[in-house]
Design a protein around this ligand. Sequence first.
Ligand code: AMP
Length: 625
Amino acid sequence: MATYAAFHRRSLEDREGFWAEQAQLIHWHKPFNRVLDYSRPPFARWFVGGETNLCHNALDRHLAARGKQKALVWISTEVDKSRSFTYEELFFEVNRVAAMMKSLGVKQGERVIIYMPMIPEAVFAMLACARLGAIHSVVFGGFAAASLAARIDDARPALMLTADGGSRMGKHVLYKALVDESLKLARHPPRKVLIFRRGLDPAMASVRARDVDWAALEREVTLTDVPCAWLESNQPSYILYTSGTTGKPKGVQRDVGGYAVALAASMQHIFCGEPGETMFTTSDIGWVVGHSYIVYAPLIAGMTTILYEGVPIRPDAGIWWKIVQEHKVAVMFSAPTAVRVLKKQDPAYLKKYDLSSLKHLFLAGEPLDEPTHVWITESLGRPVIDHYWQTETGWPLLSAHPGVENTPLKMGSPSFPVYGYDVRLLHEITGNEVKDGEKGVVTIAPPLPPGCMSTVWGDDQRFVDTYFKDFKNQLIYSTFDWGIRDKDGYYFILGRTDDVINVAGHRLGTREIEEAVSAHPNIAECAVVGVADPIKGQMPLAFAVLKDASKRTTPQEVMETVDKQLGAIARPKAVHFVTLLPKTRSGKTLRRSIQALAEGRDPGDLTTIEDPGALEQIRQSLGNQ
Ligand code: AMP
């Protein structure tokens, strides 16, 4: 067994040799003629000239050896149902949906927006897009109509797929009604909307000539064997929107070949998922973790993947462990917030089930605090691996590598740089590398490894300007996270350098929330900051200035405006009304100082403040909470 250090070193010193070897883990219809083309920095093109297909690698390739093995197991504690599909059955379903999409005129390279709950049809749809070479963009079901409309206008889809409804904590969420609302706002609506009816919205309205019923179309299609579109490795596979410092989410674009190779390799070296074993990732398909580790990676690895619709504490806090026992889960992937929720429940649930099949629990998406890391490690009696990555990277960037070497874990640390990533911690002003024990910005010296975003959809310049211009004198990718490395080489993530906040592992831009708050007719301006929360990590907090103070406006109304604009995940914990916001003389809102006050810390250097009375108002409104 190689040591981690040698493995990582080789991945950078012999980049092309290393990745050429990893590329053997997937099927290539046509071999690539160049491992890496880095002639136009920072754009990296991996496995140039090679042709492959994500759906082929996830399904077709396994039919001969594991046709009768379970590929997908769906468990819904929301509607109390479960279904499972063997590789053969999943292959059939995906082909059928691909045929349905084809009959609706979807062509290679066209975009398809999937706005669906956690049901098997959503997975069929993603894989069917991959099969056809259509570019999917899955939008998380928690996003509201205006957010969905913004994504529709950026992606300009040919088709949208949705369901009548979903369910969360037993409450129905009307997906199709929300799609209708978003399409009233969108300037570039799709030609058709394909709707899967679950019977959750009996009063669902239908728009003639646009809406197509899933079951009816399923009966109509006769052609159920749709050949895979062989795509050049660098063609786009999907777009996934993510928040940043501006109000407009960015479409993270990913390729085909590099992504497939990165995922296949990560299953070996990091997640230790063997063919025939079961993986249970508790995320949602609307997030990058769901794309990579519910859908593509476990199937590419020939595993059984679990799709879970529900929350961790219903019907009781033992549900996840019951699933682990029943399905002999070997690899589990979740988020720190979920563990903190479970930590508040009766610990007996963790002892009630046989968890001996479980090799590791992986946690990512937000900082894993040391007490939570210690608690879950002791409760499970299994290694719990904190690993760090972003929508942009598509797969881990800092992690332990149990498939390479069992390095000791340090609580609260996502361990070391992953192979392929040339991670540097840079001083925020000088751009020089910091010493061990000093705080710096986590950056990656390009080229980014396979699997990472190739560009911002439709906007190459935005890709360069957003990610590679944080440091004046060097072209280097910024993660916008602070980090520190200890003397043993372990990294610790200390939070974002920008105005992005992380609510229960969901990334939200404070600018986006401010825009949503400002959509209320009586708000003149506002500032939104993230404040520490014991369960969710962070929560948004809003301070707003009213246009007309004589008009009655309640915090509740403002929260509802945010629900409508962005979705309930972005709802501020509280809304405080003030008559002015603390700003610098040049007009910049002092968000950091507001945040410090809200968290009971020193607000820092205030010499540039325009009117100290503004900060006093913030202090008072917090005192009145
Ligand atoms: P997202 O793109 O939504 O997955 O969010 C990525 C961001 O989540 C990162 O930039 C970090 O701020 C945070 N994050 C993800 N994983 C971790 C982790 N293991 N520890 C600390 N922060 C994390």
